[in-house]
Write a protein of this length. Structure first.
Length: 421
């Protein structure tokens, strides 16, 4: 194991494709017949994954795999050096590939996380079960930043502060007539089908005798025709128009891990334009939405579910507030690493964000997760969505701090309040 053969990853990833592997080796599986290959993951220590490989009835050989930022380093107990890849190493790698004939090695990329003297890691939970070695970050270190990590691009936008608004006195129809209410429709971005950004969908419902709670839903309002003969106030009419525009413009394009760099960039630019446009509509809508009596939220499962009659058990009561939360950050020094945590400041108090929802544009707290606030700027929305992926924290090893990580942190410091702890 004195030398390693280097295999380049797919640009911008830690994915090795069969095509790349075949360009560096003449070994192939036979087109006909059966070639028995038995592989097992033995250990993961000091950034080195050890795999046992047995071909036919030959003795098992060891393949050693180390993941770097841009390339996969492979060695073997036999026949591998900088210029030659053994057949054991070749077939070990092919067995790790999925149906798309590629393998993402990011799960084995943990530079700086091991103690060289012991080979163990305080940051990782590593356990072997059967023929598989499981490796994951311990919960306390979620959000650990690896070399090559992509950060959001920070920009200087004009934040729009808003103050609290009074409860709106709804125009209540006569007994038996439907009431216009409004529901937040959201779903997790990154799902494969029917993606959309969060928007507000109006509905027609029936209230109880006291006119305080919706007890039944008639239909979603998806066009002006659905409001035939409805008696709406000017503010209700304006809000419905904004909601219909939101719905029309809210679809985004799914970015697949199999897209090439050009496709990914094209989709990102398109999605960014959609996000910015819909956020501008939210800025118009929130002063009209905050304080309304009949407001709900729902996980949409896609646009195709937002038509016809709403399912009562899918809509839950919520509150929209017009105050605008400020982002702030808590910075902690743990000796060998830093921890950066995102918080909200509302009414001069600092709040923990809620993990329950990931609704870009909106903020909610752990104490009141069903009370939604509109963030001050699109940049704030990008940051909240980014930090939500890892429970609103980043863990930064000090040996990896200089460079792009430091630039990102200093960029945050120049734009937001930091609390040192």
């Amino acid at each position: 194991m004195d030398s390693f053969f280097s295999l380049p990853f797919k640009p911008g990833t830690r994915i090795l494709t069969l095509n790349t592997l075949d360009q560096h080796s003449k070994f192939r599986k036979p087109e006909r017949g059966y070639m028995p290959i038995h592989d097992r993951e033995i250990s993961f220590a000091n950034e080195l994954l050890t795999v046992g490989v047995k071909i036919y009835d030959e003795p098992e050989e060891k393949v050693y795999i180390k993941v770097t930022e841009h390339a996969l380093l492979v060695s073997c107990s036999v026949d591998t050096d900088e210029s030659y890849l053994s057949r054991y190493a070749y077939f070990a790698l092919t067995e790790m590939m999925d149906s798309m004939k590629q393998c993402n090695f990011d799960q084995w990329f943990w530079p700086g996380c091991f103690d060289p003297a012991t080979g163990k890691s305080k940051f990782l939970s590593i356990a072997r079960m059967g023929k598989i070695v499981f490796c994951r970050l311990k919960l306390a270190y979620r959000g650990l930043v690896k070399p090559g990590h992509t950060f959001p691009i920070l920009s200087d936008e004009d934040a729009i502060p808003r103050s609290a608004s009074a409860v709106i006195h709804e125009r209540i129809p006569a007994d038996g007539d439907p009431i216009v209410g409004f529901s937040l429709a959201y779903r997790d971005l990154g799902k494969r089908y029917d993606e959309h950004v969060p928007f507000v969908v109006p509905y027609l419902g029936i209230a109880n005798k006291a006119k305080t709670v919706i007890i039944g839903f008639h239909k979603y309002i998806s066009s002006e025709e659905d409001l035939f003969l409805q008696d709406l106030s000017d503010e209700q009419r304006q809000l419905v128009d904004i909601c219909l525009d939101m719905r029309q413009q809210s679809r985004v394009r799914y970015i697949s891990s199999y897209d090439n760099i050009g496709e990914i960039e094209e989709k990102r630019q398109y999605n960014s334009q959609i996000l910015k446009y819909v956020f501008a509509l939210w800025q118009q809508a929130m002063p009209l939405l905050a304080g309304r009596l009949f407001t709900h939220y729902q996980y949409s499962y896609g646009m195709r579910r937002l038509k016809g009659k709403p399912y009562r058990d899918r809509l839950s009561k919520c509150v929209f507030r017009n105050e605008s939360p400020e982002l702030c950050f808590v910075w902690k020094d743990f000796g060998d690493h830093y921890k950066l945590e995102l918080r909200f400041k509302i009414d001069k108090q600092i709040w923990m964000p809620s993990y329950e929802f990931n609704v870009i544009f909106l903020a909610n707290t752990q104490k009141n997760p069903r009370t939604f606030y509109l963030l001050r700027s699109y940049m704030d929305s990008v940051l909240v969505s980014y930090f939500h992926e890892d429970k609103f924290q980043l863990v930064i090893l000090k040996e990896h701090y200089e460079g792009r990580v430091q630039e990102f942190v200093e960029g945050l410091r120049s734009r937001y309040k930091f609390v040192e702890r």
